[in-house]
Design a protein around this ligand. Structure first.
Ligand SMILES: O=C(O)c1ccccc1N[C@@H]1O[C@H](COP(=O)(O)O)[C@@H](O)[C@H]1O
Length: 212
């Protein structure tokens, strides 16, 4: 594993899990959001999670999920972290942490300086912060759109909790993103795909290598 910890999100097959583990990524992400081309059922995610080797952290991504949906995911899938990628409030983040006893990573969309205060607010309640590009208005997906934001907005910033950089990262731009922001963790979904929802083992390996 390199110095920068990598999360590969939106895995859909056991072969994807094997490629992520072989590349040396730290986290594997499973998406539970029906509008996403990466959406999994609880049974599908359980199969992938059970195929993950020890040391590969399994993350469930949800978007404004009610307790009933989270209950089914947490009961059915062996997990290491929950990623909240919707409009969950700081109070909801605290509630989810307490209810499930799992670390919670809260995604925050960034487009300009005005979005940075939210990063601090969530860092007081979440275990980790995911700093992602803000989705364009009317976008079908709140993430996984392959869009970047101006990395200079978060260059060298410090928050109270560990954080990950996300949004439009690829093997071609991740080294520059890390250099500019000093991110110690990065997250990618569409940048390691050959088509929406189709992970590419070669791109995954190249991305992890390039992240450093
Ligand atoms: O990947 C998805 O389909 C997805 C769906 C709903 C919310 C978030 C989603 N993905 C997350 O978005 C960011 C950035 O993705 P990309 O690399 O720009 O494609 C990443 O954190 C994914 O976990």
């Amino acid at each position: 594993m390199g110095q920068v910890r990598v999360k590969i999100c939106g895995l859909r097959t056991v072969a994807d899990v094997a490629a992520v583990a072989a590349a040396g990524a730290a986290y594997a992400g499973f998406v539970f959001f029906e509008r996403s081309p990466r959406h999994l059922s609880v049974a599908q995610a359980a199969e992938l999670a059970l195929a993950a080797p020890v040391g590969l952290a399994k993350v469930a991504l949800v978007v404004d999920a009610p307790d009933a949906v989270l209950d089914a995911i947490v009961e059915g899938v062996p997990l290491d972290m929950l990623q909240l990628h919707g409009h969950e409030t700081p109070e909801r983040v605290a509630e989810v942490r307490a209810r499930y006893g799992l670390p919670v990573m809260k995604a925050v969309g960034v487009a300009d300086e005005g979005d940075l205060a939210a990063l601090f607010d969530y860092s007081t309640v979440a275990d980790q912060i995911l700093v992602d590009a803000k989705p364009p208005k009317g976008s079908a997906l709140p993430g996984g759109n392959g869009l970047s934001f101006d990395w200079r907005l978060v260059a060298q910033r410090r928050w109270l909790r560990p954080w990950m950089l996300a949004g439009g990262l690829t093997a071609e731009n991740v080294a520059e993103a890390v250099r500019l922001t000093n991110a110690r963790q990065v997250d990618v979904s569409s940048g390691v795909e050959s088509a929406p929802g189709q992970k590419d083992a070669g791109k995954i390996a190249a991305f992890v290598r390039a992240a450093g």
